[in-house]
Design a protein around this ligand. Structure first.
Ligand SMILES: [Zn+2]
Length: 406
């Protein structure tokens, strides 16, 4: 008796980069069988067992990678800061721009005064190019509302994006992003408000999958961040942290202590920080877009991440101030060029390790039996090309949960 596998669909005709354990693990002339949106068999086509598929899709060559995961974005916001960008390049100083209500405050004001519907339309405009180049899962943070209603509005918009388009959206409450103007000079009072009002309310309404904060001299201290982490623990949500972007406060060690899913930026992380992250299994999220736009020169400690086996993820950090990035593939090139990550590490950063940074590594990020059938078919012959080409649109076709995305 030959046992036959029954499946919804069978896909073959291309090479498959599985990214299992963060490595290419290339299968030449691969095949995948899919049932109910999940991979039930994957391997070389010549080893395909007896199979009965309702539908067959044959690719004419090319390369398949796992769907891209953008694990750190601020995609929902009102207004944009292109006018400031231009002013600065015309010689207007940061101080002058800030004195006129520019910087993050301008985004907070614009986000508060923009309707939910308009925020949604503007975010859709930014999300579509990311999807076109293979994103199947994206994290979106709040953090430009900084009051209860506006933070919830941002998170509802993020959730709605995932209902409108074939993409998984994970939401993160970043109420502890900056000090709102009405709390000027009273950061501890604002942190009280975040811990006692915003986080419990956002959790009660199921609007956030994680809690994040910005640990920096111009934002919140480690002691304030720790109170945010305790509030997150109370409502049973995992934490993430913007840490060591501009200076060393050992926020990443604190994040590791609270078993954070990730610590992000990390240009100024020390060996002790990296060691703590390695022990806790906290992912290091690299954000070369912000590094580039700020003309930062301190590189994140890539060699230490390798040494302490800290998984490195890579994200767009799409935001109106420091990284107006609408291409995750461009970040692959920047991670290699600016940070000297290898093309394989960069690809793992937007697949396998990005999934871990969102707590989704059991279900996505690699192409393996039991994982979601989320992948991108590229007209390329080598995976390094994904990090090699600078810009340009690759006509990729994307499969989301077993169906080719329109
Ligand atoms: Zn960020």
């Amino acid at each position: 008796m030959v046992s036959e596998i029954h499946c919804d669909s069978l896909w073959y005709g291309a090479d498959i980069v599985t990214m299992r354990d963060g490595k290419y693990h290339l299968i030449q002339q691969g095949a995948m069988a899919v049932t109910e949106g999940k991979i039930v068999w994957i391997g070389p086509y010549r080893e395909l067992p007896a199979i009965n598929a309702t539908r067959e899709v044959v690719y004419q060559g090319g390369l398949i990678t796992p769907g891209f995961i953008d694990c750190h974005t601020h995609l929902v916001f009102g207004g944009d800061r292109s006018a400031e960008f231009e002013q600065r390049l015309n010689g207007v100083s940061y101080a002058e721009i800030a004195a006129k209500g520019g910087g993050i405050v301008s985004t907070v004001n614009a986000t508060r005064s923009t309707s939910e519907q308009l925020l949604l339309e503007q975010a859709l405009f930014r999300l579509k190019p990311l999807l076109a180049e293979g994103v199947t899962c994206i994290e979106i943070k709040s953090g430009y509302g900084l009051d209860l209603e506006s933070e919830m509005k941002m998170l509802r918009v993020a959730r709605k994006l995932g209902e409108l388009l074939p993409v998984t959206v994970k939401t993160t409450c970043l109420a502890a992003h900056a000090l709102p103007p009405e709390f000027a000079g009273r950061p501890d009072d604002y942190i009280d408000f975040v811990c006692h009002t915003i986080i419990p309310q956002v959790a009660a309404e199921g609007l956030a999958d994680a809690i994040d904060a910005f640990c920096e001299h111009l934002a919140f201290s480690p002691a304030q961040v720790e109170r945010v982490f305790l509030a997150a623990q109370q409502v049973g949500l995992p934490v993430k942290l913007h840490a060591e972007q501009l200076s060393s406060l050992h926020g990443s060690t604190l994040a590791a202590h609270y078993h954070a899913l990730s610590a992000d930026h990390l240009e100024y992380a020390t060996e002790a920080d990296v060691e703590a992250m390695g022990e806790a299994g906290t992912v290091a999220v690299m954000l070369p877009g912000a590094y580039y736009l700020l003309r930062e020169t301190q590189c994140p400690p890539i060699e230490l991440f390798r040494q302490y086996k800290v998984p490195m993820a890579l994200a767009s950090d799409a935001n109106p101030g420091t990284s107006p990035a609408l291409s995750l593939r461009l970040m692959l090139n920047m991670a290699c060029t600016l940070f000297r990550m290898t093309p394989e590490e960069a690809l793992a950063g937007v697949t396998c390790h990005a999934a871990r940074a969102l707590g989704l590594h059991e279900t996505q990020g690699t192409l393996e039996t039991g994982k979601l059938a989320n992948w991108v078919h590229w007209p390329l012959s080598r995976p390094a090309e994904l990090a090699y080409w600078l810009g340009g649109q690759l006509p990729a076709s994307v499969v989301f949960q077993g169906e080719t995305r329109p």
